[in-house]
Design a protein around this ligand. Structure first.
Ligand SMILES: Cc1ncc(COP(=O)(O)O)c(C=O)c1O
Length: 362
């Protein structure tokens, strides 16, 4: 008899971006740049670092399981009540909680093919069923997803903007989708990158919640706040849904450090503004320069671009590693000729563009 069910033995685990130290060791290089995990090139919010240092003497104590002070500060910031907030060890954990709380038995999770792979890994890991709808030209096909909803559909995940394509859905398209699926299906808007969005027709999901009580919004401190290593994400939903999730989560899932750092990070909107501005310049530069190298881009509302090399991308990924530039292969998402590259500092981009020119002319 197998030790685990087949949904576990057949599970392909998440493949993270290659760490800088490992790459430098493996290739015998120095000063590698990592543009592989959509991290913040400006680093953490300085105010968050100070608050974390101040919290260290309390590390022998369990954190406040209700995250009282952080939740209140976040509620204030978002103009919601604390009862509408769920917190996670990164928004990744909230994805798992939502699946474990709301999808059971024959219920189904509806997702897009080619999107953030954690949705399907999290479902498969707990033996939940999921249905994938193909993308249309590297965009979610919301019309096809609406048509794929059945009485079994309980939960839908929509990454907006999407990872790894960077593409987004407009408010008009989302409203059509929400009207079509009805209130019984919970619709999770994963807005991990929403701080970076520039598009005027991007949905105001906070306002849409009044009309669509089945909306759940997920956001994170990992990207624009520069705190991926701290692990803090949050969800906004109606109190009844938050209460169910709170029954499923572990009591101390948000650490002492995350609670302290999260409050200070919210107080450091200047860091977010600097981050967003650097990203805008970075996207503009990549958009201006990469097509000249024969590469195609999906327009991005995020802090990364899906770059199509029009040939198998793995050898190019390897060649870029040898030049000290870590990007992210996307074959696992079905984009075999593409690499995902996040924006960096001016120096990072100089190194990236130099390396791209070199490997493409080899
Ligand atoms: C679309 C999307 N959602 C959620 C996450 C999870 O982020 P975290 O768990 O760091 O909050 C990521 C991270 O890359 C992401 O790209």
């Amino acid at each position: 008899m197998s030790l685990v069910p087949s949904f576990i033995s057949s599970l392909s685990p998440y493949v993270p971006g290659k760490p800088i130290e490992e790459t430098e060791r493996e290739y015998g290089i120095k000063n590698a740049v990592k543009l592989a995990s959509n991290e913040n090139p400006l680093g953490p919010s300085p105010k968050a670092m100070e608050a974390i240092a101040r919290a260290l003497p309390k590390m022998h104590l369990y954190p406040d399981g209700a995250s009282f002070y952080f939740k209140n500060r976040l509620a204030d910031f978002l103009k919601v009540t604390p009862a509408e907030l769920m917190l996670g060890n990164g928004s990744n954990e909230l994805i798992e909680f939502l699946i474990r709380t709301f999808v059971h038995g024959d219920d189904e999770l509806l997702i897009s093919a080619g999107t953030f792979v954690v949705y399907k890994i999290s479902a498969q890991a707990v033996g939940r069923k999921f249905v994938e709808v193909p993308m249309k030209e590297r965009h979610y096909d919301l019309e096809a997803m609406a048509a794929a909803v059945t009485p079994k559909t309980r939960l839908v995940f929509i990454a907006n903007p999407d990872n790894p394509t960077g593409s987004y859905q407009t408010e008009a398209a989302l409203v059509r989708f929400l009207e079509s699926v009805g209130e019984k299906v919970l619709v999770v808007m994963d807005e991990a990158y929403f701080e970076y969005v520039q598009a005027a027709d991007y949905p105001n999901t906070m306002a849409l919640r009044a009309r669509f009580p089945n909306l759940i919004i997920l956001r994170t401190f990992s990207k624009a706040y520069g705190l991926a290593g701290m692990r803090l994400g949050y969800g906004i939903a109606r109190p009844e849904l938050v209460d169910f999730v709170n029954r499923v989560r572990a009591p101390f899932n948000v650490s002492v450090i995350a609670q302290a750092g999260g409050i200070a990070a919210l107080d450091d909107q200047e860091h977010v503004r600097r981050t967003v501005e650097l990203n805008r310049k970075g996207l503009d530069q990549l958009t201006a320069e990469l097509p000249g190298l024969g590469l195609s881009l999906t327009p991005s509302q995020s802090n990364f671009m899906l770059v199509d090399f029009h040939r198998p991308a793995m050898p190019l990924f390897e060649a870029l590693l040898r030049e000290g530039v870590i990007t992210r292969p996307m074959g696992g998402y079905g984009f075999h000729s593409s690499l995902r590259i996040n924006t960096g500092t001016e120096q990072d981009h100089e190194k990236l563009l130099g390396a791209l020119k070199k490997v493409l002319s080899a």
